[in-house]
Design a protein around this ligand. Structure first.
Ligand SMILES: O=c1ccn([C@H]2C[C@H](O)[C@@H](COP(=O)(O)OP(=O)(O)OP(=O)(O)O)O2)c(=O)[nH]1
Length: 451
């Protein structure tokens, strides 16, 4: 969340600030009800209080940094159940070279106050960092290379398959390591001690902790590399879309589809994981106190059997297995279906709502998305037009009235000389040929940034 891209509007009015952001996930009864990100004015915990108020009672909060005393006192006061945090530099930085205005002395005082609040609060404040399952990194690597987004690039640029993918991943690893890890082991230990985590400073606990943190960063980077800003690929309005609407920037669209890809790993279908995230864009920008800007989270889901069912309750067979009676399709709840069922807010008809889904929505889901009032779909369309015995993907291309942003090569760049290119729709924007040519020069433009 903390790497949620700023909207163009925000970038234009605010000078870029070197603030290390904090991400926060709010969970109630095992369901995500909020995804937040600190802004230049507010910390993530403060944003959660503004957005959820006393509804935070009994919620579990997951912070990407240990919250400061200002945030902690308010969320403890709201009656949260558990606060978990990433064991690196806390919200008020304890790194001496940090350019923030707070002095190291103040940061130490705050760390002490946080410890006091922690020991006197009913909420359980802890580090939740389990070792990854065996082969998880390898599994994520293989499935990332096979996912619809990487596959579509590979069809046109076969070199992407391995070498370029790994180059992309390496760039992401560097970016995320700078954000989430402390390179010096000694400095990391010192910070852990100041945060009251001296028990993690001894080996083998310290080595294991750093190893787990590195592996998680690698998983995140691998998933992110499967939806890269590669060549002229991006989410562009499908030819069959009749909507002339404003799409998101490529950066935001890619960020949200990466969230969906991460969710897909929670699947209960051992053959394929599908993830879906629903966001909406607020009309009134005065309410944008969250680091996610005018975007706010509505819901998310992944493909799984009905809530409460056990592994052996339902069949797990697929289309390739002969006996139709014992196939999974009549039982499994699709990612979009879970996202819509467990949404935490209403879908407002006058606002732009959008679903990000890792697989082309099937014939069960297409009418559901439209009926729910979702205005845009961001997805891969590799399965579009496939007719199978139990699950088909015929309705997506026929869908009207919903903006379909499919992962593809920029349609205008594919035929720069054709007359169609001069009036084609890029993320809903009608542009003339002059603007179009400037898009070739500017990477931002060709990725469909809004102007
Ligand atoms: O819009 C959709 C479509 C499918 N799914 C899930 C349901 C199911 O768990 C899986 C089915 O995917 P698919 O159609 O690709 O079938 P498969 O299991 O991969 O079998 P096949 O080999 O026939 O492609 O994807 C969704 O969550 N949303």
């Amino acid at each position: 969340m903390e790497v949620f891209p700023s909207s163009k509007h925000v970038q234009a009015i605010k000078k870029p600030q070197r603030i290390k952001k904090t991400g926060l996930v709010v969970v109630r009864n095992m369901k995500i009800i909020g995804l937040h990100c600190s802004s230049s004015e507010l910390h993530a915990g403060q944003i959660a209080v503004i957005k959820h108020g006393s509804r935070l009672k009994d919620c579990d909060l997951y912070f990407s940094r240990k919250p400061c005393s200002t945030c902690l006192k308010m969320i403890v006061n709201a009656g949260v159940n558990r606060i978990s945090y990433w064991p690196s530099d806390p919200e008020i930085s304890l790194q001496p070279e940090n350019p923030s205005q707070t002095s190291l002395g103040d940061a130490r005082l705050d760390a002490k106050a946080v410890e006091r609040l922690k020991s006197n609060s009913r909420a359980h404040v802890c580090v939740l960092l389990q070792p990854l399952a065996c082969y998880m990194v390898q599994f994520v690597e293989e499935t990332s290379l096979k996912c619809d987004f990487a596959q579509k690039i590979t069809r046109i640029h076969p070199e992407f398959q391995r070498s370029t993918f790994y180059e992309y991943r390496q760039d992401r690893v560097k970016e995320y390591e700078a954000l989430f890890l402390i390179s010096s082991e000694e400095k990391h230990k010192e910070i852990l001690r100041l945060m009251g985590l001296e028990n993690l400073c001894e080996d083998p606990y310290f080595v294991c902790l750093r190893q787990n943190m590195k592996e998680l960063v690698l998983v995140l980077a691998t998933v992110a590399a499967s939806v890269p800003s590669y060549s002229d690929f991006g989410f562009y309005l499908s030819e069959t879309s009749d909507d002339n609407q404003q799409g998101l920037t490529q950066e935001i669209a890619q960020h949200c589809i990466i969230q969906a890809r991460l969710l897909a790993y929670r699947t209960e279908d051992h053959k394929i994981g599908v993830g879906a995230v629903v966001w909406a864009e607020r009309k009134c920008s005065t309410l944008d106190c969250d680091g996610t800007g005018s975007m706010y989270f509505l819901g998310c889901g992944y493909n799984a059997f009905p809530v409460g069912s056990e592994y052996a309750d339902f069949p797990h067979m697929d289309d390739n297995q002969k006996d139709r009676e014992i196939r999974k399709f009549r039982y499994i709840i699709h990612a979009e279906q879970n996202a819509i069922t467990f949404r935490c807010q209403e879908i407002k008809p006058d606002e732009q709502s959008m679903i990000f889904v890792t697989k082309c929505p099937c014939d069960e889901c297409v009418p559901l998305i439209k009926g729910a009032g979702i205005k845009q779909i961001y997805t891969g369309d590799m399965d579009s037009g496939k007719k199978k015995a139990d699950i088909s993907y015929m309705k997506f291309s026929q869908l009207r009235g919903v903006g379909k942003y499919s992962w593809q090569q920029n349609p205008r760049r594919m035929s720069p000389n054709s007359t169609k290119a001069s009036t084609s729709v890029e993320n809903g924007d009608l542009k003339n040929k002059e603007e179009d040519d400037s898009g070739f020069k500017s990477k931002r433009m060709c990725y469909g940034e809004r102007t």
